[in-house]
Design a protein around this ligand. Structure first.
Ligand SMILES: Cc1cc2nc3c(=O)[nH]c(=O)nc-3n(C[C@H](O)[C@H](O)[C@H](O)COP(=O)(O)O)c2cc1C
Length: 464
């Protein structure tokens, strides 16, 4: 058979060689034989296969063979390996995103996740990463922080990437555009971003509609998987469909901040596994002043009351957290800790972006842009504040560590500094989906290396 194919190829090659010299010069001939005009040239024989067919067919054949061979091989590998390939393959897309305007790239990423055009984590999380916080089961402690999916467009897709939890928002009561563009700036060498988005939000009504449509499904999935969940957790599996946080902001022109947060809570808390009041964005004038002792106390009381006056089922109301800035003095931290303990706040997120420009970012001309800095240069600043807050609150309040996390080792450092859970944004924006399984594996290794059997044991280890 192979011989026949080779012979055919040779035959075709030979005949096509013959055809390669058809340029008989009739004009020249006419010059010598003027008496008898030459017959018109015969029409070239109809070629069923174009001249380039040999190479073309070889190429097509090789491609088909590769596809069939590859497909056959892929069908023999297990689901976990295939899933790993898919996540690794997303790295190929990162350079393309890096060429685009940051906001365009972000829009594309959210749309892709919303349409499910992202890999879905099918591999169970390492059992050492599972824990319970606020009575909720987290299959791993690595979450996506607020700002990525501001309008809750892609919750399912993002949870499907393998995050332990996803926080949507910040959502403002009334839709607002945010600051003029450009408002997101990359500092790739420093692994950082500066943003001054200023709470661009579709508003609580649009987000509530979206979450309402998804929430039924989320609840349904929770009850459907509830029987298998325990079994999954015993074997280190994913527990349920994932945890959703809703982060609430305030409108730029609103005079009454508390009223804005209360409105957000009334409309959105039924969809949230936990709620966050964000009083630490540097891009809304006056917002950070709400972190002062008296202002914070008044605000938290009002929001807690608003949440508690709603009708809650067996599960009770969602826990309420406050997200704070990394640019706080020792006195500010003491005040916040005192309020948090006195009002039994359920948790703190530490931290939002910084208005500082630490070394080496200050040498980059982009550092002149106003806004909040996130990513690697924020790591030490936010980790120090986290440590202080863990000590001030005596480890009594679950803390979410956020700021500059880009690896499992970074997540581990935040946990040792007092975080029960961690979140990231910037490193995910640069590294894409492949970062998530990598971080989980690294974090599990760190815990095992140091002899811990669970995250609980490691929380605050560096503060003791
Ligand atoms: C473009 C961008 C938009 C953000 N928007 C919000 C937001 O709306 N609400 C909020 O609480 N945090 C927001 N953040 C802050 C992040 O949630 C996170 O706290 C901060 O970036 C530090 O984490 P990272 O170093 O891992 O990025 C935003 C961050 C970026 C980069």
């Amino acid at each position: 058979m192979a011989t026949r194919v080779v012979l055919r190829l040779i035959k075709e090659a030979v005949s096509s060689n013959g055809r390669s010299k058809p340029n008989f010069d009739f004009a020249k001939r006419r010059r010598f034989c003027t008496s008898t005009p030459p017959p018109p040239p015969p029409p070239p024989p109809a070629r069923k296969i174009p001249y380039s067919s040999k190479k073309g067919r070889l190429f097509t054949g090789a491609t088909i063979a590769l596809l069939i061979g590859g497909g056959a091989y892929a069908s023999t590998v297990d689901e976990a390996t295939f899933c790993g390939w898919l996540f690794s393959a997303t790295k190929l897309v990162n350079p393309f995103f890096a060429f685009l305007d940051p906001e365009v790239a972000h829009r594309l990423a959210v749309s892709a996740a919303a349409r499910g055009w992202v890999p879905r984590e099918k591999r169970p999380d390492p059992s050492i990463l599972g824990q319970e916080v606020w009575g909720k089961r987290f299959s791993n402690p690595i979450g996506l922080s607020a700002g990525f999916d501001k309008n809750a467009e892609a919750v399912e897709g993002l949870l499907g990437l393998g995050f332990g939890f996803v926080e949507v928002g910040s959502v403002t009561p009334v839709p607002q555009e945010g600051n003029p563009k450009p408002r997101i700036f990359r500092l790739p060498k420093e692994g950082a971003i500066i943003n001054r988005c200023g709470f661009n939000s579709e508003g609580i009504v649009a987000v509530a509609k979206r979450l309402g449509a998804q929430h039924g499904k989320r609840k349904l999935e929770t009850s459907n998987t509830s029987s298998s969940t325990e079994d999954d957790v015993n074997h280190g599996g994913k527990a349920g469909p994932g945890i959703l946080g809703v982060n609430i902001g305030k409108n730029k022109t609103s005079e009454d901040a508390a009223a804005d947060y209360v409105q957000g809570v009334h409309t959105l808390s039924q969809y949230a596994d936990y709620l966050v009041i964000n009083i630490s964005s540097p891009n809304t004038p006056g917002l950070r002043q709400l972190q002062g002792r008296k202002q914070l106390k008044d605000l938290v009381k009002k929001v807690q009351a608003a949440r508690d006056e709603m009708q809650w089922g067996e599960e009770g109301p969602p826990p309420l957290l406050v997200k704070i800035a990394p640019d706080l003095s020792r006195q500010d931290l003491e005040d916040i800790a005192a309020v948090a303990l006195a009002l039994r706040l359920d948790g703190l997120i530490i931290s939002n972006t910084t208005v500082q420009r630490p070394d080496p970012v200050n040498k980059n001309p982009v550092a002149q842009e106003s806004g909040g800095l996130s990513g690697k240069p924020l790591f030490n600043l936010s980790t120090n504040i986290l440590k202080e807050m863990y000590i001030l609150t005596k480890g009594k309040i679950p803390l979410i560590g956020c700021g500059g996390i880009g690896s499992g080792e970074d997540a581990y450092e935040k946990i040792r500094a007092g975080a029960s859970l961690v979140q990231l944004y910037t490193a995910f924006a640069y590294g894409g989906p492949a970062l998530i399984p990598q971080m989980k594996a690294e974090l599990a290794q760190c815990l095992e290396r140091d002899g811990y059997n669970s995250i609980y044991e490691a929380v605050g280890a560096d503060c003791r």
